[in-house]
Ligand binder design. Structure first.
Ligand SMILES: C[S@@+](CC[C@H](N)C(=O)[O-])C[C@H]1O[C@@H](n2cnc3c(N)ncnc32)[C@H](O)[C@@H]1O
Length: 339
């Protein structure tokens, strides 16, 4: 075993990652290890981030840029509550008979039971489980930029503020495509054979307006009381934002972002984000060689963006399938024979 392999093995042991999780393979991941900090860089770790983040030293990360589960039960990894009602996510016998449509729709927003109504609070409790770790590992003045869902984003804001973060802004990402699913109320009455009410309610729909934007929450770890943001920039390199870096991606320095996927970019993850969008956010709050962490890495869009901009990166992803996709995106040449 070479010296570098021994050090990586030591880190694997510290992360308690079993060999079948295939994390931190030095040959395939271009993993490097900081000399002074002894933790991995430029890797995707296939693990639960709560567990993995415990090994990251205090005040060591320049920015956390991530797309967290929105808690709307859209996928299995997005179920972050204790509601075991079988109607949720379309698993009741009646819904299974009705087909896939219920699976993705979940349940009405106002909820059918007390357990449904507890979901937002349970989502906040879930955010609180990792918010304190984020505060610990970020450098003072470091940003946490978080994609969150419109329905529960305020719960994420409360959890991060309670942990000690300041909210700097809420940006909007305008999605180039958004499916409009609101059902006409008249269809319900037509099915009931009630043509009078079908006509009366023809203009009424059930559900949401077309969801054309997603909120992007921008938090900052407060810098030390008694110092200034200028001092903090000198000491830690973060706290202010880079107008020129950001404006390479957005024509104006404004908080509505209109940056879509490049042709052929999508299809790797159900909630995949455009690499150029992630580059804009990374360029906004970090400098070259800074460390960007994505603890909910998915298919690795943030990590690819960080690599493109010569930042160091660390990704953590619990699902081995997506962790593998992220690794391949980060080291395409090494995997070209398998792809
Ligand atoms: C919203 S998706 C991120 C998608 C990503 N933006 C992309 O472009 O591919 C969130 C990801 O977090 C992962 N995840 C959920 N809980 C996790 C945990 N505790 N630790 C690590 N990853 C987790 C899920 O498997 C999912 O792939």
């Amino acid at each position: 075993m070479t010296e570098i392999e021994a050090r990586i093995q030591a880190i694997l042991d510290r992360f308690d990652v079993s060999s079948d999780q295939d994390a931190l393979d030095p040959d395939s991941l271009e993993c490097s290890i900081t000399k002074d900090e002894n933790f991995p860089l430029n890797c995707v770790i296939n693990a639960d981030n709560l567990h993995a983040m415990k090994r990251i030293p205090d005040d060591s990360v320049h920015a956390i840029i991530t797309d967290i589960p929105y808690g709307i039960s859209a996928e299995d990894w997005d179920v972050l509550h204790n509601n075991t009602n079988s109607a949720l996510r379309g698993s009741s016998p009646a819904q299974q008979k009705a087909g896939r449509v219920f699976k993705s729709r979940g349940k009405p927003i106002n909820g059918w039971s007390e357990a449904d109504r507890a979901i937002p609070r349970e989502y906040q409790n879930w955010c609180a489980t990792w918010a304190g770790e984020w505060l610990r590992i970020l450098k003072p003045g470091g940003s946490a930029i978080v994609f969150a869902g419109r329905r529960f984003m305020h719960r994420c804001v409360c959890a991060l503020e309670d942990a000690g973060f300041s909210t700097r802004d809420i940006l909007a990402w305008e999605r180039p495509r958004a499916v409009y699913r609101a059902q006409r109320l008249s269809i319900v009455f037509e099915r009931r054979g009630d043509s009078r009410n079908a006509a009366r309610f023809f203009d009424w729909r059930v559900g949401n307006l077309r969801p054309t934007f997603e909120p992007v929450l921008w938090f900052v770890k407060p810098y030390k009381i008694g110092t200034t943001i200028a001092d903090n920039m000198l000491n830690h390199g973060v706290g202010a934002y880079n107008e020129k870096g950001f404006s390479r991606y957005a024509s104006q320095c404004e908080n509505v972002l209109q940056i879509g996927m490049e042709p052929g970019e999508g299809g790797l993850h159900p909630t995949q984000k455009p690499v150029r969008l992630m580059q804009a956010l990374i360029a906004l709050v970090t400098d070259e060689s800074h460390l960007v962490l994505d603890p909910f890495a998915g298919s690795g869009s943030t990590l690819v963006a960080a690599k493109n901009l010569n930042r160091n990166y660390l990704g953590i992803e619990a699902d081995s399938h997506y962790a593998e996709i992220a690794k391949k995106r980060l080291a395409p040449d090494l995997f070209s024979t398998q792809c």
